[in-house]
Write a protein that binds this ligand. Structure first.
Ligand SMILES: Cc1ncc(COP(=O)(O)O)c(C=O)c1O
Length: 490
């Protein structure tokens, strides 16, 4: 505000001092002088308004005593923020950083919430058959580790991970221990990779459809996403996308993919690697579901086939042991592992040491392989149970799906124009939830798709979940042709 234009009238009977105090106070109340604004010195103000310095000095003193101004020796006089009335809540939203505001999609968090509501059969969240978790052995090994190496288990640990676990993981995938970073679940791995490789505005190519946590994380890092249809696996299309978007990296989940269950063949893997090596685009291979084959093992990972050193590999124990352990790992060039560990130190310093040492022992003892065998058997049974139940309860003319050869999900398509936006509230009302297709697309598609997890619920709950879904489908159909039958299928 230009203080020479202060509403300040002489000769109205009040003293100049009173008038100046009133004029300054009104300007502050009306917001013409904002909190934090610096006022001219007493001498400057006196010159500006043709007043004596005593008048301006006394006026500033009076306003300071009323809590309206604050004077700092050597720095000047500032307008104070007036206290908000008690009933006005503090405006926290305005304090949130622009970076944090890019994380505005609650889809992943909502899935977690539905997953813990005992009254709802949730086929939305992916996880292993926890009933098979080797709890007694886990307790025994935990006690042994605490006895044998209490300092390593309970004290601070290296950011890159416990050396023993890094060695075990490296041996499993034929890598060097220095090329392994232990992370708090592969979701943390994705977050670190996004921070490490993506600048705001960079393009990233992701599967279409894609694991939703990857979409959210790369978006939060400011990436522009382009989707590549992993099931069609048209490498000409991928080359077009590379040429058009010049991506910083490609993220793919090529083995028992989330959400489709799709797996790239050996020759497709080789061709894909040749293409990305030609354009020097790094690939993040998310290999979360490799051990969860139900019919036959998958072809080698992109990492195993990679002759060009373009692949960063990511995996987790969330789908094989338990998601609550929050333990995953990245295998990458040592340069990248070093940079990622710089980022991890700022996030959580290191992953829980005791859990790492127990898992290292579970791997070493052969218990993990034994557990995987049982898990695959149980998961195959659950898959077949869900598919059987869907065939019984959901009309095939409305809900279609394919039988996944591994992983954790049945990917379904709704026909006759029925959308999940319409179906999900009905299903919730019937006491079951699923993951809606849209969250797996970076381009707003997927409105006619849904994902059902078959691994995390026992057979009876799968049967009941499918029955409730069938009822919800029936209710949508009964809602009338305007809703279900006349909307064009896109
Ligand atoms: C493909 C994929 N990557 C990563 C994750 C995250 O796993 P974690 O629990 O290890 O963070 C999931 C979980 O569903 C997933 O499906």
């Amino acid at each position: 505000m230009d203080l020479s234009k202060l509403d300040f009238r002489r000769g109205n009977g009040d003293s100049l001092y009173d008038q100046l105090v009133d004029a300054l106070e009104s300007a502050i109340e009306e917001g013409q002088l904002a909190p934090g604004a610096r006022l001219p010195s007493e001498r400057e103000l006196a010159g500006l308004l043709k007043l004596s310095r005593t008048t301006t000095t006394n006026a500033y003193r009076e306003l300071e005593s009323r809590g309206v101004l604050r004077r700092h020796v050597g720095r000047g006089t500032f307008v104070c923020a007036t206290p908000e009335p008690d009933e006005i809540p503090f405006a926290w939203r305005g304090k949130v950083s622009a970076t944090a505001l890019r994380s505005a999609n609650p889809a992943l968090r909502n899935l977690m919430r539905d997953g813990v509501d005992p009254g709802v059969i949730s086929l939305a969240l992916g996880g292993p058959a926890l009933e098979l978790f080797p709890a007694a052995e886990y307790r025994r090994i935990t006690a042994e580790v605490l006895k044998r190496e209490p300092l390593a288990a309970l004290g601070h640990g290296p950011t890159e991970g416990q050396p023993r676990l890094r060695r075990m993981l490296a041996a499993r995938i034929g890598a060097k221990p220095d090329g392994i970073l232990v992370v708090a679940g592969s979701q943390q791995g994705l977050d670190l990779l996004a921070k490490c490789l993506v600048d705001p505005g960079d393009a990233v190519i992701v599967d279409r459809p894609c694991y939703l946590g990857a979409i959210q994380t790369f978006r939060a890092a400011g990436a522009k996403l382009a989707g590549w249809d992993i099931r069609r696996c048209d490498l000409g299309e991928l080359e077009d996308l590379i040429l058009r978007y010049r991506p910083k990296m490609i993220y793919t989940n090529p083995t028992f993919q989330n959400p489709t269950g799709h797996t790239l063949s050996l020759s497709q893997r080789r061709e894909l690697l040749k293409l990305v090596a030609r354009y020097r685009v790094p690939v993040i291979e998310d290999d979360t579901y490799r051990d969860l084959y139900l019919d036959a093992p998958a072809p080698p990972s992109l990492r195993q086939l990679d002759e060009y050193s373009v692949v960063i590999y990511l995996s987790t124990f969330s789908k094989t042991l338990a998601p609550g352990l929050r333990l995953g790992w990245i295998a990458a060039s040592e340069v990248i592992v070093d940079q990622l560990s710089m980022l991890k130190q700022n996030t959580d310093m290191y992953s829980p040491s005791l859990t790492q040492l127990v898992i290292a022992e579970i791997l070493h003892s052969g218990l993990f392989e034994e557990h995987l065998r049982k898990l695959r058997e149980e998961h195959a049974w659950r898959r077949d149970a869900l598919i059987g139940a869907l065939e019984r309860h959901a009309p095939a003319r409305i809900l279609s799906f394919t039988r996944p050869p591994g992983g954790a999900y049945v990917w379904c398509r709704l026909s006759r124009g029925l959308t999940t936006a319409r179906l999900l509230p009905q299903a919730r009302a019937m006491g079951m939830v699923f993951a809606s297709g849209e969250v797996f697309y970076c381009d707003e598609a997927g409105t006619h798709h849904l994902r059902l997890c078959f691994t995390s619920s026992p057979v009876e709950r799968l049967e009941e979940g499918a029955r409730r879904l069938g009822k919800a489908l029936e209710a949508c159909c009964a809602a009338g042709p305007s809703d279900v039958f006349t909307v064009a299928v896109v």
